[in-house]
Design a protein around this ligand. Structure first.
Ligand code: HEM
Length: 496
């Protein structure tokens, strides 16, 4: 039930916001790295403010409390996504979970995805993640100049093994190159305003010969569907004859009848997990390297914890998690410090609503400024400082709760019913990789021609539409003690 705040005679208005131009509204006032401009406006217009993007009403939420009040307590109204014509309707045939409209089709895929990602299932994926983490540490030492690409390869490989149960892959694996291309196409297509058809939906009805973007998009959809079906086929055959390895795809196929999934839905859902997880997680690992280069004292403290708890005779694994509170705090701080999807994925409200005396009309686009929330100095003093201690009590053994964040300590995975389906898997992946890397190597400076240490900038980022990652920089990876490589190799042999 919607209650008008000031009685039937009052005419509530939308939250305040910056003045824009006729027709275009605030479009031209929002440059790349939109979250920075929105965070500036938060200071001026408050925790909830509105914008007009060429006629589209937008409300920006800048506080965890408001996000919880709306996206969680009123989730029935706030769980829809806007139309993503290119990313959803054309490129993915309405089968890409993150951008699907809220409704029965979304519910069906969401439920099936949950089966393969719920916390009870996650340990099954640990061997694949651990194996890749040891390989990553080894490769960083051997080829430090390629660390940025190696992180992308390693993350994609880990996700592919987790999703399809396949062995680790090489740099130039054609499947991964194809899948990364697909993921990138989607990330870019999801960026607001990338295609004119998003602003003028009637363009969708243009015949294909007049609309090359539509023709190409539909052709990609055909090709991508075939590619995803081809990837899935061997796994479904193995499941059917009982020779499969544990994987998301195998789990899903075992439950496909129960979830009433078509072959196409199964293929797209498994593919979604692969590229939903790869780009995002590799961007976080790249920020991890940046943080370690800029905050060597954090690295040393984490390594002291590893030496104390694990020693130098074996590689850390998931079962050490409880004993490594500082490493867990470091993972939280990393996700807080640089939320790689700083504005998440937009929502669209399904009916008029009222909040704090303001009207939020049906159809309004809702932007969740995770960057602003994670960098709120009232909650996180000196927010641009990388300081895992902020999540620990004075004994540095117990994690302190941050209200409204479901024990995450940050809001990088979003809120409510559309919260990231892979958040527990991603956290497990980050924990294993970070513990293994810090146990085995020091992240050290590279030097320029004049012998000066190269210091990367904490604010040089690449804006990839819905995702951001640091600009590549040079650094070095040095084994921490003799025998590291032998122990990494042994751990690999054990988990393969
Ligand atoms: C650190 C890495 C990751 C980050 C930062 C991240 C972030 C996000 C965010 C912000 C959303 C939108 C949430 C919202 O609207 O409130 C999302 C949705 C989603 N994520 Fe992730 N994600 C990560 C890793 C993963 C992984 C590993 C998977 C799968 C294996 C995954 C699968 C999904 C899916 C399927 C959705 C769509 C949920 C829906 O709309 O129903 N993500 N993610």
């Amino acid at each position: 039930i919607v209650i008008r705040p000031n009685g039937p005679k009052s005419r509530p208005t939308m939250p305040p916001g910056p003045k824009g131009l006729p027709f275009l509204g605030n479009v031209l006032q929002i440059p790349a790295f939109q979250f920075l401009r929105l965070t500036e406006w938060k200071e001026q217009f408050g925790l909830i403010f509105s914008l007009n993007l060429a006629g589209q009403q937008v409300v920006v939420i800048n506080s965890v409390k408001i996000a919880v009040d709306l996206l969680e307590r009123r989730s029935g109204l706030y769980s829809d996504r806007p139309r993503f014509i290119m990313a959803s309707e054309i490129l993915t045939g309405n089968l890409f979970l993150p951008v699907m409209k809220y409704g029965d089709a979304w519910r069906k895929l969401h439920k099936a995805a949950h089966e393969g990602l719920k916390s009870q299932v996650l340990p099954v994926y640990q061997p694949a993640q651990a194996l890749e983490a040891t390989l990553l540490a080894q490769n960083l030492v051997n080829r430090p100049e390629e660390w940025y690409e190696e992180i992308k390869r390693s993350t994609a490989s880990s996700m592919k093994t987790m999703v399809y149960g396949t062995p680790p892959i090489a740099y130039d694996d054609p499947v991964v190159a194809y899948m990364n291309g697909m993921g990138h196409r989607l990330t870019v297509a999801m960026a607001p305003g990338k295609y004119l058809v998003e602003l003028f939906p009637k363009m969708l009805y243009l015949p294909s010969w007049l609309a090359p973007w539509k023709r190409e998009g539909l052709a990609w959809h055909e090709r991508d569907t075939q590619e995803l079906k081809d990837l899935l086929r061997p796994i479904t055959e193995q499941v059917d004859n009982g020779t499969h390895k544990p994987s998301f795809a195998a789990n899903l196929h075992l439950a496909a009848n129960e979830h009433n999934l078509t072959q196409k839905e199964e293929a797209w859902l498994t593919g979604t997990m692969f590229f939903g997880g790869s780009d995002t997680s590799s961007a976080v690992l790249a920020f991890f390297i940046l943080a370690m280069r800029l905050y060597p004292q954090v690295m040393k403290k984490a390594q002291a914890e590893l030496d104390r708890v694990i020693g130098r005779d074996r590689v850390p694994d998931l079962s050490d998690r409880e004993e490594l509170p500082y490493i867990r705090a470091l993972v939280k701080e990393l996700l807080r410090w640089c939320p790689v999807g700083p504005l998440g994925i937009p929502r669209q409200i399904q009916q008029d609503d009222y909040y704090d005396g303001y009207l939020i009309p049906k159809g309004t686009l809702i932007l969740v400024n995770s960057w602003g929330m994670n960098n709120d100095p009232e909650v996180f003093p000196d927010p641009r400082e990388f300081r895992p201690e902020r999540f620990l009590d004075p004994t540095e053994t117990i994690h302190v709760a941050v209200p409204g964040t479901r024990n995450q300590g940050h809001v990088t995975f979003g809120f409510g019913r559309r919260i990231c389906s892979g958040m527990n898997l991603a956290t497990q992946f980050l924990f294993i990789n970070i513990a293994t890397l810090l146990w085995s190597v020091n992240v050290e400076p590279a030097y320029d021609q004049d012998g000066q240490a190269i210091v990367p900038s904490p604010t040089d980022w690449i804006d990839e539409g819905t995702l951001m990652r640091p600009v590549p920089f040079r650094c070095n990876f040095v084994p921490r003690f003799n025998g590291v490589e032998t122990l990494l190799r042994r751990a690999r042999e054990k988990s393969s």
